[in-house]
Design a protein around this ligand. Structure first.
Ligand code: CTP
Ligand code: MG
Length: 228
């Protein structure tokens, strides 16, 4: 049984507004994507890492990780789901491959989280995702900016990554769901579209996605705290 990490890294980071893709910004002693890849490459349960890159990417090949023996690259697509599908379609492993899809933009991933997700295959044979129970009181808004109502927080979770599924089923479901016009913003949603109920595995709060400039100091702090 092979366990691969798929890293969508073909985004342009429009919301970060750095002038180049956010995954190549500095974080701690190296790049954001470098942090992400090191955490995946150093985990003994992960056999290889497939990274989806933008067709115009000129930065990846300059990273120290680019020549690592466990790393492969493919060209990503227009949406995140297209990038993940391109990576899944490139797999040459014959059968029984598990794919852990993890955003390049989540550089604080901890081995504990990978451990718990991998172990959840016993409980959730159709796959599972890291997630966090919602902590704040949730409000549904009206168009005028006023509160319509408070949304019950019971059973509400934030979806994180990695999201782990059998590679073949995931590829089929992303292909079919997107072809049917379904909104596929994460891997679980493609599986849900096909009637699967993926498991929820409680993840660490420091596994944030670096999206806006104000996420950077937070990620810096988490990386520092983890290395102490
Ligand atoms: N991603 C990708 N292919 C795309 C779009 C996004 O591989 N066509 C990747 C990004 O590189 C990132 C992850 O998916 O690692 C999560 O996406 P997001 O945080 O939205 O990153 P960007 O799309 O780069 O940022 P923005 O939406 O602000 O442009
Ligand atoms: Mg995006």
């Amino acid at each position: 049984q092979h366990t691969l990490a798929i890293v969508p890294a073909a985004g342009i980071g429009a919301r970060m507004g750095a002038g180049f893709p956010k995954q190549y910004l500095q974080l701690g002693d190296q790049t954001i994507i470098g942090q992400t890849l090191d955490r995946l490459l150093s985990h003994p349960g992960i056999d290889a890492v497939v990274i989806a890159l933008h067709p115009d990417d000129v930065w990846f090949s300059k990273l120290p990780q680019s020549t690592h023996s466990k790393i492969r690259t493919v060209i990503g697509g227009k949406e995140r789901a297209d990038s993940v599908l391109a990576a899944l379609d490139s797999l040459t492993e014959s059968q029984d491959v598990w794919a852990l899809v993890h955003d390049a933009a989540r550089p604080c991933l901890h081995h504990d989280d990978i451990d718990r997700l991998l172990a959840s295959r016993e409980t959730f044979p159709q796959g599972a995702i890291l997630a966090m129970p919602v902590r704040d009181t949730m409000k549904r808004a009206q168009a005028n900016g006023e509160i319509e109502q408070t949304v019950c927080r019971d059973n509400l979770w934030h979806a994180l990554t990695p999201q782990m599924f059998p590679a073949k089923a995931l590829a089929d479901n992303i292909r079919n769901a997107t072809a049917a016009g379904a909104v596929v913003t994460d891997e679980a949603s493609a599986m849900e579209w096909a009637g699967v109920h993926p498991g929820l595995v409680s993840g660490r709060a420091d596994n944030i996605k670096v999206t806006h400039p104000d996420d950077l100091p937070l990620a810096e702090l988490f990386i520092q705290a983890q290395s102490q």
